[in-house]
Design a protein around this ligand. Structure first.
Ligand code: ATP
Length: 432
């Protein structure tokens, strides 16, 4: 974990929020490489769910919602942790993390357990009274439920179909640590998949498998991923069944994504509180009913942590330590790096810049191309390996005469000599 934390900071994947003021606990800023990785991850999710399937529509709902939403969903009354405080060091702990009556950190005396709501409150408008109270959403799901009828009718959908959304959520988490794993501000990738009651169990199984395979396809090692079905006693108040996809993080197996059968709980609650009819009318069978919902709910930040951890590699090459990120090329923050062998040779630099101009913005590569001439070639390769750049192109003296460059593959370290005018085609094929 320490190695990942250090890589993230050193290479600009993740910084602490407000670092110059001492940092704000459990909030994080994604640096230049982190921002690329995050964007690539969200694109991969959106592409496989919204574009490559015919039964899902996208949505982008607001973070702020009417407070009734959170009464209907049950968050106002039951989105809570049970906590104890230490009377000496003032630290706060989840009751399930404490054994006995002493503070696990300083041995001090603990207070009685208290309920603590995880929602972040805020006030809208000029007066801070109870009438202006609202919350920063603790999950993106409710934005989907309240728009169910809007999407259904505007997109002329029939069941089964789903609505997908990626967006920020906020939770006033009390136990923190492990980088972004448990943040107070984080992003979720959620689908609410609406089905006819009675077909829900079959859809639930399909989604558990579908989501598990998604991580594998993007390169997570199978032995580091598992499905964990919740016991009846563990289930959230809205769920009939739930399976966590867990990743073997350096700090232990932990949840990456949860797939829940939420039944008709949320729509029923919104019907009750809003007085609106959110039932579905099946015009073929002439039946009217409240759909059941299967929810695959994953975290962007936890996924990033899992992908970084899973692809981090240390090996010995020719007596030297080599650190590389063997990350899927779809996710890699930099797709191709162009490295001139001699930076004080204007003809070599000019050729390297021509290649850069030809490749940058190339849609088939799907991301950023960079140029670096700020060190010797050995160090330039090491820098790119460490951030997971799948291909490096070096331009050398011979390139000027044979009009060819060397393309090096990150994982095999195999080098191909490729004609300058064929480089784009060569790479497009590799990224296909
Ligand atoms: P945990 O038990 O670990 O707190 P949860 O069961 O409360 O997680 P869900 O409410 O199921 O989490 O949220 C769905 C997904 O959102 C999680 O699988 C996780 O990837 C992500 N997520 C939830 N809380 C956080 C958080 N504080 N920081 C980062 N990601 C989170």
């Amino acid at each position: 974990m320490e190695k990942i934390v250090s890589l993230c900071k050193r290479r600009g994947f993740i910084f602490q929020s407000s670092e110059i003021y001492g940092g704000l606990a459990s909030t994080w800023d994604y640096g230049s490489l982190g921002a690329e990785l995050k964007r690539n991850l969200k694109n991969a999710w959106w592409t496989s769910n919204v574009y490559e399937r015919a039964d899902i529509e996208g949505l982008d709902a607001s973070i702020l919602m009417r407070p009734e939403t959170w009464m209907a969903s049950g968050h106002v009354t039951s989105f809570e942790d049970t906590l104890v405080d230490c009377r000496s060091c003032k630290k706060r702990f989840k009751v399930e993390h404490v054994t006995g009556k002493k503070c696990p950190e300083c041995g001090g005396e603990l207070t009685d357990a208290r309920q603590f709501n995880l929602m972040l409150k805020t006030h809208l408008g000029p007066v801070e009274d109870t009438g202006s109270l609202t919350y920063l959403r603790p999950e993106t799901a409710q934005g989907i439920f309240v728009n169910f009828q809007n999407v259904l009718t505007s997109m002329r959908r029939r069941l089964p179909f789903g609505i997908a959304q990626i967006g920020k959520s906020f939770r006033n988490e009390v136990t923190t640590g492990n980088l972004t794993f448990r943040s107070r501000e984080f992003e979720q990738m959620e689908i609410e998949f609406f089905v006819k009651p009675g077909t829900d169990e079959e859809w639930y199984e399909k989604w558990v498998n579908e989501r598990f395979e998604w991580y594998i396809k993007l390169g997570i090692k199978k032995e580091n991923l598992r499905k964990r079905r919740h016991e009846k006693s563990e289930l959230a108040h809205y769920a009939k069944a739930c399976t966590d996809i867990e990743y073997k993080f350096p700090f232990g197996w932990s949840e990456l994504e949860g797939i829940a059968n939420r039944t008709d709980f949320d729509l029923k609650q919104h019907i009750r509180l809003s007085g609106k009819d959110l039932q579905y009318f099946d015009d073929e069978t002439k039946e009217k009913y409240i759909p059941y919902v299967i929810e695959p709910s994953g975290g962007v930040d936890r996924s990033i942590l899992a992908f970084l951890t899973d692809s981090y590699k240390e090996e010995e090459v020719k007596g030297e330590k080599r650190v590389s990120l063997a990350i899927h090329k779809k996710l890699a923050p930099i797709k191709v790096a162009i490295l001139p062998l001699l930076r004080n040779r204007p003809d070599i630099v000019a050729l390297a810049k021509t290649i850069l101009n030809d490749l940058k913005g190339c849609p088939a590569l799907g991301g950023k191309v960079m140029y670096d001439d700020t060190a010797g070639i050995g160090r330039l390769y090491r820098r790119q390996d460490e951030i997971g750049t799948p291909f490096c192109i070096t331009v050398d003296v011979d390139s000027l005469s044979d009009k060819k460059v060397t393309v090096r593959d990150r994982d095999s370290m195999k080098q191909d000599r490729v004609a300058v005018e064929k480089v784009k085609e060569y790479l497009e094929e590799k990224f296909n």
